[in-house]
Design a protein around this ligand. Structure first.
Ligand code: ZN
Length: 379
């Protein structure tokens, strides 16, 4: 193991096997973030894959206490696995952030650091939820041209949420923003103060589907489903309990941006950052990555039509690029990663897509997937 640490210290991980290594990196605006490189017992035989977590969680959200996580599946397939902890990670100090910040500063720096450390020219990315939206922004803006394949789970360029969730975002975000700069699922465990107490009380009244306070708060924070982020029947008990420690804070600034994006029907910049287009739906796509859009047919957080629209958007602009769509029956939002059977039902789709060459044959297959999945999607 010492040899691997030595390799990391010299900034070169080529050929190293075994262990986990934390690699700090500096985002474009100077914010310190970090990467976790996970190596199996054998040296990787394939290139690097970067996993990007969503909002209100951390990189560890890809590693539930199930028998086989997506990290295990990628290692078994020979990939060199890197987990990005961007500024939204809940094991970092609380800060105000927007998707713009992540797109302009965090993801491009993470990609550059992985390539510098591995000596690879290109890499694959698997990004979930708000890790995916912010990463799509970076792709469209041309800030991460080194991405060869991009697997986006749950939502990409077109956030479509159920009507009650849209109403809640529109009405509650300004009210909440007047009294707090963030909301925290961990308030369920220590509700000190009036705002945490009232928020937990509201979550408790609206979400009676289980006895896990953080699960109920996560449902309240991120939509209006019962629950919002998974189907309880897809979780084993250990994972349901573990989720109670994974969800945490999320700034109201993010909810303001998501509210604007949901109203627009596509991602929009809210900071006027000159590195980003104002309207990502109207902008040219400055990336040649092959895009894979994946979601659960029962996603109660972002309607599966979100991914259908993004698949159609990128395929229309980049015909022949081989973009793909997978809508997985029986799955919701995050259970595509934390579900007890995700290793059987979902991870093989991801590893196959990362090994599949791009080309017209894949695009034809993608159209067939759309036909199957589209039947489950409300118009
Ligand atoms: Zn629950």
């Amino acid at each position: 193991m010492g040899a691997q640490h030595g390799d990391m210290a010299s900034g070169d991980t080529r050929g190293a096997a075994g262990g986990e290594h934390v690699v700090p990196f500096r985002a474009g605006d100077g914010t310190w973030c970090r990467l976790l490189n996970v190596r199996g017992p054998e040296a990787p035989t394939r290139g690097p894959v970067l996993l990007v977590h969503g909002a209100g969680v951390r990189a560890a959200s890809f590693r539930p206490p199930t028998a086989r996580t997506v990290v295990d599946a990628l290692l078994a397939a020979g990939f060199d696995v890197w987990l990005e902890s961007w500024r939204a990670a809940v094991d970092r100090p609380r800060t105000r952030w927007t998707l713009d910040d992540a797109a302009a500063y965090d993801h491009p720096a993470a990609v550059a650091e992985v390539l510098r450390r591995t000596g690879a020219d290109r890499l694959a990315v698997v990004a979930h939820c708000q890790g995916a939206t912010s990463f799509v922004m970076a792709l469209i803006a041309g800030l991460v041209p080194q991405v060869e394949t991009f697997v986006s789970t749950a939502v990409s360029l077109h956030p479509v949420v159920p009507r009650p969730a849209a109403r809640k975002l529109r009405l509650l975000t300004p009210l909440f923003g007047a009294v707090s700069s963030y909301v925290d699922a961990q308030w369920a465990n220590s509700r000190r103060g009036l705002v945490p107490a009232l928020t937990c009380a509201a979550a408790g009244v609206l979400h009676r589907e289980c006895g896990n306070g953080v699960c109920r708060m996560a449902s309240f924070m991120f939509g209006a489903g019962h629950p919002t982020l998974w189907r309880h029947e897809n979780l084993d008990e250990a994972t349901h309990t573990w989720l109670g420690g994974e969800f945490g804070w999320c700034p109201v600034d993010f909810f303001r941006q998501m509210s604007a994006c949901v109203r627009a029907g596509r991602l929009v910049s809210v900071t006027g950052n000159p590195l980003l287009p104002a309207d990502f739906g109207a902008a040219d796509v400055r990336s040649d990555a092959r895009m894979v859009f994946l979601t659960g047919a029962a996603n109660a957080c972002f309607d599966p039509v979100s991914q259908v629209r993004s698949y159609e958007h990128f395929t229309a602009r980049q015909p022949g690029r081989g973009h793909r769509l997978h809508i997985v029956e029986g799955y919701g939002h995050q259970d595509v990663f934390v579900g007890k059977d995700a290793a059987r039902d979902v991870f093989p789709l991801i590893t196959a897509e990362l090994g599949a060459p791009a080309g017209p044959a894949q695009e034809a297959a993608g159209t067939a997937v759309l036909g199957r999945g589209g039947a489950n999607v409300p118009a």
